[in-house]
Design a protein around this ligand. Structure first.
Ligand SMILES: *[C@@H]1O[C@H](CO)[C@@H](O)[C@H](O)[C@H]1NC(C)=O
Ligand SMILES: *[C@@H]1O[C@H](CO)[C@@H](O)[C@H](O)[C@H]1NC(C)=O
Ligand SMILES: *[C@@H]1O[C@H](CO)[C@@H](O)[C@H](O)[C@H]1NC(C)=O
Ligand SMILES: *[C@@H]1O[C@H](CO)[C@@H](O)[C@H](O)[C@H]1NC(C)=O
Length: 520
């Protein structure tokens, strides 16, 4: 696919630099080789100044409008992603942050708690689901809160949210014995029960708990006994598969169940199910025909929250298939419901006009502050941004299209948020063949680098350092060619923000490491 020339204007400086100054690979633009898998099943890159491994992207379509609304947040994982971890990418498709320490990371997002922004995500950092937790990192990337469910429930990687009451919501799951004879399964059977806890973020105290098996008829499930036959704890039947929870201003909860193909509204006092959108027991009449036919959906969210107490708007990610006879392409949907007339209407649908994306699972639909809509395709390694009216603006692959939905490269959700990161550690540096390489994992404010030199060993004093050269930041890593006339033995790089203020100092490197001096 060809990109309009105008959309490439901001990229020109990068292209010019490629001969000398850019360390990062890509992004590629409409590369057929990338999408055919010729750059590998997980195109990635390493850097000289940092052990971080970053994704390499293939931009199918770009529009300047996508440069609004903040940074991209994802958690690349999958069979081919040997170096996963929460990841931030900027509007110019360059890596900003990755933290491999966390490993597989789900639902990377920015959420506010008592007015402070935190990076939140699920990870099994210490290995094994029993240790898995939701993490909240502050702007210096320090872990401030680690959230585990209580009462023997396992941490389910599908949802964490912070309510307007400043409480946390976590998805929970547990295998429990269950008589499945009524639904054609074993009498001494097992289910994977699902639900959520609302808890105090500081103390972990559970304020409300809901479990699907207590409130739902298992016969409404579209999941059959092929994948897990329900005969043992290991084979517990995943009848529900809850993948999103949100608390609203009335104190009730909106949940999404993939295996029921149902979005439901849960009473915040009694836990009873107040209504169901979609599925076998749908409460609504569908005015448009495509407001309730979603399958295996994800990420249901109220947009406007009951302003007139009668109607609400819900965004969701419609997987498109999942146990029902009819299937349709994966898309984002905006549905308006009326709980007096019990009607549902599809207001808008977002799907890629160039190629049908079939997402096997996972995915997200985010309505951005600008009104644009961002789709993360889950098991297809791609995200797309649309105008509110449904025009495709940007389309980005982070794995080859020929391998979409094969499990190689996935991201549970993809979000775009404002985020200001100022890491505790300074920029990192290396030098080879008179080129200094610098990067600063997680720093969002650096726009340029100043190379400085000194003749005094062991000094950190500004007065002992002399500015040698200023270079614009170019991607995750920037190459700085050492000036020929340089006489200084000790070098460091200082990060500058947009106003030219010094915001971070690297450690000091010796241009002539002792071993080299000894040899000469
Ligand atoms: C982040 O949290 C750490 C640990 O609690 C704290 O030392 C640090 O000052 C915090 N950073 C910011 C920017 O608040
Ligand atoms: C259920 O599945 C397990 C694992 O695949 C298998 O060993 C077992 O024989 C199955 N039981 C029945 C009754 O199908
Ligand atoms: C999602 O849809 C695809 C087809 O688009 C289908 O193959 C897959 O089984 C569906 N997954 C779920 C969980 O419904
Ligand atoms: C049950 O599972 C089989 C095997 O995965 C699949 O082919 C079939 O479509 C499933 N049936 C339903 C109703 O989901």
């Amino acid at each position: 696919m060809k990109l309009p020339e105008s959309s490439l204007s901001w990229l020109l400086p990068f292209c010019v630099y490629i001969s000398g100054a850019v360390a990062d690979i890509g992004p590629y633009f409409g590369s057929a080789k990338y999408d055919a898998g010729e750059f590998g099943r997980w195109p990635h890159q390493s850097f000289r100044s940092s052990p971080i491994i970053g994704p390499v992207l293939n931009i199918q379509q770009h529009d300047a409008e996508c440069e609004n609304d903040g940074l991209l947040l994802l958690g690349p994982g999958g069979d081919e992603v040997f170096h996963s971890g929460p990841t931030i990418i900027d509007q110019r498709y360059q890596l900003v942050w990755n933290e491999p320490l966390y490993g597989k990371s789900w639902a990377v997002d920015v959420k506010y708690f008592r007015g402070v922004p935190y990076l939140t995500f699920w990870a099994d950092k210490h290995g094994g689901q029993s240790n898995a937790a939701w993490y909240m990192l502050n702007s210096s990337y320090d872990e401030v809160y680690t959230i585990h469910p209580a009462g023997g429930w396992k941490s389910d990687d599908h949802e964490f949210d912070i309510t307007r009451d400043q409480t946390g919501i976590v998805a929970i799951e547990m295998e429990v014995p269950f008589d499945l004879s009524a639904v054609g399964g074993p009498r001494d059977g097992w289910i994977l029960d699902n639900g959520f806890q609302e808890l105090d973020i500081e103390t972990g105290k559970v304020l409300f708990q809901w479990r699907a098996s207590a409130h739902w008829d298992l016969a409404e499930s579209y999941q059959n006994f092929t994948e897990h036959n329900g005969t043992s704890q290991e084979e517990a039947w995943d009848f529900f598969h809850q993948n999103s929870v949100q608390k609203d201003s009335r104190g009730n909860y909106l949940i999404s169940s993939r295996h029921m193909s149902t979005i439901a509204y849960i009473d915040g006092q009694t836990g009873s199910v107040l209504w169901k959108l979609g599925g076998k027991q749908n409460t609504f009449s569908d005015l448009s025909g495509h407001a309730t036919d979603f399958n295996g959906q994800h990420h249901a969210r109220f947009l406007e929250d009951w302003e007139d107490r009668k109607t609400a708007t819900i965004s969701l990610f419609d997987n498109g298939s999942g146990g029902r006879a009819q299937t349709h392409p994966t898309s984002g949907k905006i549905v308006k419901i009326d709980v007096e007339k019990w009607t549902a209407q599809l207001k808008q649908q977002y799907s890629n006009p160039h190629h049908r994306v079939n997402s096997v699972n996972r995915g997200s639909t985010q309505v951005l502050p600008s009104g644009n809509v961002l789709l993360g395709y889950g098991s297809a390694a791609a995200w797309s941004e649309f105008s509110a009216d449904g025009d495709l603006l940007c389309d980005v692959h982070f794995g080859p299209q020929s391998r979409f939905s094969q499990g190689d490269v996935v991201s549970y959700r993809v979000f775009k948020r404002q985020w200001l990161g100022s890491p505790r550690e300074g920029p990192s540096l290396s030098i080879a063949n008179d080129i200094v390489y610098v990067s600063w994992n997680g720093a969002t404010e650096v726009t340029a680098w100043e190379l400085q030199g000194s003749n005094y060993a062991g000094t950190y004093d500004d007065a002992d350092f002399f500015a040698l050269k200023k270079t614009q930041k170019a991607g995750f890593e920037t190459d700085i060619l050492l000036p020929k006339e340089n006489k200084y033995q000790y070098l460091r790089v200082v990060g500058l923000n947009q106003l030219g203020k010094k915001i971070g100092y690297s450690s000091i490197i010796d241009r002539y490491p002792p071993t080299l001096v000894a040899q000469s």
